[in-house]
Design a binder for this molecule. Sequence first.
Ligand code: SF4
Ligand code: SF4
Length: 339
Amino acid sequence: MASGVLTYDDFQCIKCGTCCKKQKVVLLTIYDIYRLSEKLKMKPGEFFRKYCTISHKFNSNGLRRFYLKADGGCPFLRDSQCSVQDMKPVVCARNPFYYMEASLAAYKVFGIIEDECRINEYPYDTMVKGDNDRLIDMDILVNATDEYIQKHGRFDEKTAAPYYEKSLEDLKDLDLRAEIYVTLLNQSVQREAMCRTDEYYQGAMNMYLSGFYNEFKKAVKGSNGVYSFEPSALGMIDNIMALVLFEKDFKDVKKALGKQNGADIHTKVTNFEDREYVIVSIEPNGGKKVMFYYHIEPGEKKGLIHEPGEIMIMFKSAKGGSFIFKGRDADGWLSSATT
Ligand code: SF4
Ligand code: SF4
């Protein structure tokens, strides 16, 4: 698909249900609780007791919020389809568009969209534009719910009812909507700017834009068709781009690639500039050559000559906590990293 601008209305969700299956918790507002309980012909209190929880665990600023209990997948997902589609929570209604404006690379940097999502078919420099009204609705409804939780600390029908009414009024308040529009737009512009200027995010952003990460994942996924993993971090180490995998992931990736019939795998321990490295070279049958350098001690590894298309990643022992990456994608993009 060509890069450019992708709007909420243009996006064709394939309804694979992955974003719902992988959900552990789904944020709920009082508005959602009332609408869903009405749809399911339950009292809001009864709905809350059966399907909801209150927690601060999933919120980076420590605020307690209401969530749908979705451990192991959302309870309203049936045959990969949402069974409450017309009343689904506002947080679901804006998926997978989280910002008013941000590049797809920024989405990837923040790790907020599933790998299986169709949105990944777009180039990473695509500007992704969310549905402003849905995003504003969500902000208004979350704010009203936060206010309620701070005052009452739990859900109960008697005290929540006025907040539901207030939420409905707030949604129609044009001054409030205009104010939130400006705030949300500023937030998304700041996030994008952060990706482009902050050293850490810029490294990750460049990695996505370079296509390296995509190539790497394709190489790994191609090995057995189902394997998927997430890097523990992406970013810059000493001004050099780095893809960080934990040792377990490294082993899983190696194992996944190794399962491919005919894969040519070599492992050897070598010393380079007084440091010890385990070098794993994997060439999937008919696929792109992938090399992993798992190094025992942190340090630099210079002077290696690599062909375009090779991808090399150096890992430090899990005990150390830092890693090294050196890579070149099919387009000849090259980067290296040292701890
Ligand atoms: S409510 Fe519907 S859209 Fe939201 S997570 Fe559950 S199944 Fe998915
Ligand atoms: S993961 Fe993406 S494509 Fe699949 S259902 Fe969710 S939004 Fe749609």
